[in-house]
Design a protein around this ligand. Structure first.
Ligand code: CMC
Length: 429
């Protein structure tokens, strides 16, 4: 820690606030003792200026559009790595050796099936339930099935829970999909890759042979890799906060899935594709851009803007290239939605409103186009985000639990309600 200090002066008294320096990124004022010494809280709704934890996992520089997993740039990982290799990197801190990767892949692969009794569980849901609703329920219910990996104080159980969730989330999401379309569940096939297995569980049927397309398999793997972690976003912070009470890991990840579902977060990929469909043709774009600029409309361009990225979202760049590549390889590069998306991006990026507010396409802007081209309904977009982000949530949860001075998360408030007053009997109100 450096000797640098910031000084806060309040009512004639001065308080020293130590300055903490990260490996990269802006310095952080340490206010942990502020309440004890000065009897004041800080106020920061939405945590726009507050670091809630230390972390070594992911770094974002929103000004230059940089995203690093354990120091490695996302563009390099997207080009050269694979989803499972990046999972290893996020979980354990280093790129694996050949043997480490084989061992990790084997461990994940061995856990892809879910308890057979969980199949009955699905039948309690309505067929038209959103797969995210089913996932929140089923992932939460994992703690009722895997009792031997719920003790958060046992590092081995934490490890088993981590592998179980990374392995089983694709199975759980695919089952939610199959249930919604009235088809039989497809068991995992451990001879397939992680991404290939997910495609097979979603699209195979017992009546026909299913061969995983290498184009779709690669695209799915890349989508998963790009979504694997993103620092202290809303769902990750939810997982950390839930975990800070000592709640079991399955309950914590279920809480993360619930948070991810919102349209301002992971639900934006579904909302974005629905918006592109509603726009429909390039000539209607100006009408929607005008609506997005009108505060009274309540409408936002989905897939645009980000709390941290004030330049471009590096994931969106890779995703746009992937959309071009995948649709090209599938022979549908004249896809009208891709044309609407590209033109919408062009028009918005030349518009003073979006320029001045530093609003750029985010990861969700192009991902839906690829997923739809693969054959997924829009309701499966956010579940795919949840599968991909599970490793990030777990890595962050494990990091938090292993911290020596880990405390329960407990924000304070600026109370603006009624001061103390005496109860008035019903007859006198
Ligand atoms: N369309 C139109 N105006 C926007 C948009 C948008 N998509 N996003 C932000 N603005 C405006 C907003 O109205 C505000 O204007 P003003 O300063 O005049 O009040 C200004 O830009 C700042 O917006 P904010 O809501 O204060 O910013 P935030 O950091 O709290 O929100 C966001 C970030 C991602 C929630 C927001 O940009 C948004 O709602 N975007 C659309 C939803 C979306 O695509 N979400 C996916 C995020 S990336 C995937 C993930 O990591 O989850």
């Amino acid at each position: 820690m450096s000797d640098r200090k910031a000084t806060l002066t309040l009512d004639g008294k001065s308080y020293d606030l130590p300055v903490l320096s990260p490996t990269v990124g802006p310095d952080v004022l340490d206010i942990r003792k502020l309440y004890g010494e000065a009897d004041v809280f800080t106020y920061d709704p939405g945590f726009t200026s507050t670091a809630a934890c230390e972390s070594t996992i992911t770094y974002i520089d929103g000004d230059v559009g940089e995203l690093l997993y354990r120091g490695y740039p996302i563009e390099q990982l997207a080009e050269k790595s694979s989803y499972l290799e990046s999972c290893y990197l996020l979980l354990y801190g280093e790129l694996p050796t050949h043997d480490q990767l084989s061992d990790f892949t084997a461990r994940v692969t061995r856990h892809t099936m879910v308890h057979e009794q969980m199949h009955q569980f699905y039948r309690g849901f309505r067929r038209d339930a959103h797969p995210m609703a089913t996932m929140v329920g089923v992932v939460g219910a994992m703690s009722a099935f895997y009792h031997d990996s719920t003790d958060v104080n046992d590092p081995w159980q934490r490890e088993v829970a981590a592998i179980r969730m990374i392995a089983k989330l694709p199975t759980i999401a695919a089952m939610a999909y199959k249930y919604s379309v009235g088809q039989p569940f497809v068991y995992p096939k451990n001879s397939l890759s992680y991404a290939g297995n997910f495609l097979s569980m979603c699209f195979a049927v017992p009546a026909e042979d299913y061969v995983v397309s290498p184009i779709l398999e690669k695209a799915m793997d890349r989508i998963m890799l790009l979504h694997a972690d993103h620092e202290q976003n809303a769902s990750t912070s939810t997982v950390r906060l839930a975990g800070s009470s000592g709640a079991n890991p399955f309950a914590c990840i279920a809480a993360g899935i619930a948070c991810l579902w919102g349209p301002a977060h992971g639900g934006a990929n579904q909302a974005c594709l629905e918006m592109l469909k509603e726009i429909g043709t390039v000539d209607r774009i100006p009408e929607y851009v005008a609506k997005a600029k009108d505060k009274n409309s309540g409408f936002r361009l989905m897939g645009f803007g980000h709390r941290v990225y004030k330049n471009f979202d590096p994931r969106a760049k890779v995703m746009k290239e992937s959309a071009d590549e995948v649709l090209g390889l599938l022979g549908i590069d004249n896809n009208p939605l891709l044309q609407v998306a590209k033109e919408l991006e062009r028009i918005a990026l030349e518009d003073e409103y979006f320029i001045s507010k530093k609003l750029y396409p985010n990861v969700d802007f192009y991902s839906g186009i690829i997923l739809e081209a693969m054959g997924f309904p829009t309701s499966m977009f956010t579940p795919i985000f949840a599968i991909s982000r599970t490793v990030g949530w777990i890595s962050q949860w494990k990091e938090m639990i292993a911290e020596k001075n880990q405390k329960i998360g407990r924000p304070r408030q600026l109370y603006i309600g009624a001061p103390r007053r005496d109860y008035v009997d019903l007859r006198h109100r």
